[in-house]
Design a protein around this ligand. Structure first.
Ligand code: UDP
Ligand code: MG
Length: 312
């Protein structure tokens, strides 16, 4: 039977944890009762350096019931690292791992469908929101813009999927071989491959407490996504450089004609030509250096060159 681990990152979640732990627990018991998952399945909390009583709550839960366990970070390392740590710990023991936020915005009952899909043969099951009504208009619009922009930059993500997903043991093990330090899981997981499926759910409002992703963190996360997956910005610099250079050459011809017809101030031609020409040369030069840095960047990431699914 499937041994399931539910990994829950928590950062200052004392308000919501008593509620969500109860719901997660009764869900786990129900699944065990239905014989869909093994009795030894667990809920694993990762305390991402909370400053409130989150860790005390987790400790008490673990003491009261063996289905709860926890990991505590020495300080705040961020949501993505908390998920990574949770998966690293869980993969030792679990057949399948679900990651879910602590605030119950994601529908716990969708996990049952995820497990069904896993049993049917999917290694990765993405939780996809079919509504964003509970997010503010601002959050919805910025998210939409961000994902279409990311796609243009060549970063493939599953639309309307955040970090609510199930992964099999082998998919998780493969993901954990990615050596990169800057994590953008929703871009990395699709790179793992293997058979996958999607389950749909409606996203709720946060049960209690406030979002731990203020605008500043959101922007940083978006930049992380772009710079971790794409060197398109370097290409943009190159194109601007080539354009500047072209304008420079046209300007050169133009100033030359002006000079020949004699209607220019002394010194104007040489200054105007140098500005455009050198500007273009510099930008192109920078983008060439950038191309190499981009190459080094991807080398350093040490991502696997291929992932084998099966052999015979
Ligand atoms: N979280 C975390 N570390 C952080 C920020 C957030 O572990 O530095 C956790 C948080 O406790 C929650 C999840 O990540 O379980 C998602 O955060 P939140 O619900 O605040 O984000 P939002 O849903 O508003 O985007
Ligand atoms: Mg949330």
């Amino acid at each position: 039977m499937v041994k399931l681990y539910i990994v829950v990152p928590c950062y200052n979640e004392e308000e919501v944890l008593p509620i969500s732990s109860k719901e997660l627990h009764s869900f786990l018991m129900e699944m065990i009762g239905k014989k869909k998952i093994d009795e030894s399945s667990k809920i694993l909390f990762v305390d991402d350096g909370s400053k409130d009583s989150t860790w005390e709550i987790i400790q008490n839960l673990a003491k009261s019931d063996s289905h709860f366990s926890g990991i505590k970070f020495s300080r705040n390392f961020g949501h993505q690292n908390a998920l990574w740590a949770g998966m690293t710990a869980a993969v030792q023991d679990a057949d399948a791992i679900v990651t879910i936020d602590a605030d119950l915005q994601d529908d716990i009952s969708a996990i049952e469908e995820m497990v069904d899909e896993y049993v049917k043969g999917s290694d990765i099951v993405y939780g996809v929101r079919n509504n964003r009504d509970t997010d503010t208009l601002f959050k919805r619009k910025t998210a939409e813009l961000f994902y279409s922009f990311m796609n243009k930059l060549g970063v493939n993500t599953i639309p309307n999927h955040a970090d609510f997903r199930l992964m099999s043991k082998r998919a998780t093990k493969t993901l954990l071989t990615f050596k990169e330090e800057n994590l953008f899981l929703r871009g990395m997981v699709p790179m793992v491959g293997y058979p996958s499926a999607e389950v749909y759910y409606s996203r709720n409002a946060r049960v209690a407490g406030e979002s731990k992703y203020p605008l500043k963190k959101m922007i940083n996360f978006a930049l992380e996504g772009i710079t971790s997956f794409s060197i398109v910005p370097i290409r943009v610099v190159r194109n601007v450089g080539v354009l500047t250079l072209l304008i420079g050459i046209i300007y050169m011809i133009y100033t030359f004609i002006q000079k020949l017809t004699g209607n220019v101030e002394v010194g104007w031609s040489s200054i105007i030509m140098s500005i455009w020409f050198l500007g273009g040369v510099q930008l192109v030069g920078l983008s060439i250096v950038g191309e190499y840095i981009g190459k080094i960047y991807f080398e350093v990431k040490g991502r696997p060159r291929f992932i084998i699914e099966d052999h015979i």
